[in-house]
Design a protein around this ligand. Structure first.
Ligand code: PEP
Length: 257
């Protein structure tokens, strides 16, 4: 039985005080989540990591960064390395979010770069969450599976089965992120089943059966249970609704299997 993972992506929101307040509210609601429930992680902005780690110390809520570089240190202005994130007390790293793959006015992240980042995060002992997903144009032109297969092939190249099982995948259709347009549970299941078939073909059926694949895209307390009840949907990656402790806690509760 795969343990679901519920992640909260706080993106570039809030002040230091707001991050502390949200973390404290989560600690009060989810701090004593029983081991049988979902695994929980939040991804605050990098400058808030230390404070959020402090607030969530000793609780069931893990902390991660929204990005991690492939180098341990060096002349990479503006970047944050796995070593630095671990040193800040956070264990997780969100990689390849569509807002970074399709960066407006910046350098978009491609699968070759994400492959380097993923390998570096794994080598450092971090717990990576790798995002994949198609745009609306790609879905409407019947290319969803080709796009997902390409992203998996490029970003997971050279990983061992053990490394793959330590990686959480997040299927996030780009058209559903921050738009209020959630995929139906059936549409999500279809994509998740494709991902698992692809993993079984490239690795093994046994390995594919162990990998957690979250769904992300306008998940809210009202739709979370139906999405996460799908057989291949192992939790959720939540953006907007993760900024309210009550809503995020309700999604975590809906993830119990
Ligand atoms: C996300 O940021 O990964 C996300 C899914 O955002 P939202 O829940 O707001 O659509």
């Amino acid at each position: 039985m795969r343990r679901p993972v519920v992640g909260g992506n706080w993106k570039m929101h809030g002040t230091l005080q707001a991050a502390r307040d949200l973390a404290r509210a989560l600690a009060a609601r989810l701090g004593r989540q029983p081991a049988a429930g979902a695994e929980i992680v939040v991804f605050p902005p990098a400058v808030h990591l230390v404070a959020v780690v402090e607030e969530l110390k000793g609780t069931a809520v893990g902390v991660g960064a929204q990005n991690a570089h492939f180098a341990a240190s060096g002349a990479y202005t503006g970047e944050v390395s796995p070593t630095m994130i671990l040193d800040a007390g956070a264990a997780w790293a969100l990689l390849g979010h569509s807002e970074r793959r399709h960066f407006e006015g910046g350098a978009p992240e491609d699968d070759a770069l994400l492959n380097r980042k993923l390998k570096a995060a794994l080598a450092a002992g971090m717990r990576p969450v790798l995002c994949i997903g198609e745009t609306l144009a790609e879905r409407e032109s019947g290319r969803t599976e080709a796009v997902l297969g390409g992203q998996l092939s490029g970003s997971l190249a050279g990983l061992s089965s053990e490394e793959l099982v330590r990686t959480v995948l997040a299927y996030e259709p780009v058209w559903a992120i921050g738009t209020g347009k959630t995929a139906t549970p059936e549409t999500a299941q279809e994509a998740h089943a494709f991902v698992r078939r692809w993993l079984a073909g490239r690795f093994s059926a046994e390995t594919a059966g162990e990998v957690r694949v979250q769904y992300g895209g306008s998940v809210k307390p009202e739709n979370a249970a139906a999405l996460m009840a799908m057989p291949d949907v192992d939790g959720a990656l939540v953006g907007g609704a993760s900024l309210a402790a009550a809503a995020f806690a309700a999604i975590v509760t809906a993830a119990r299997r």
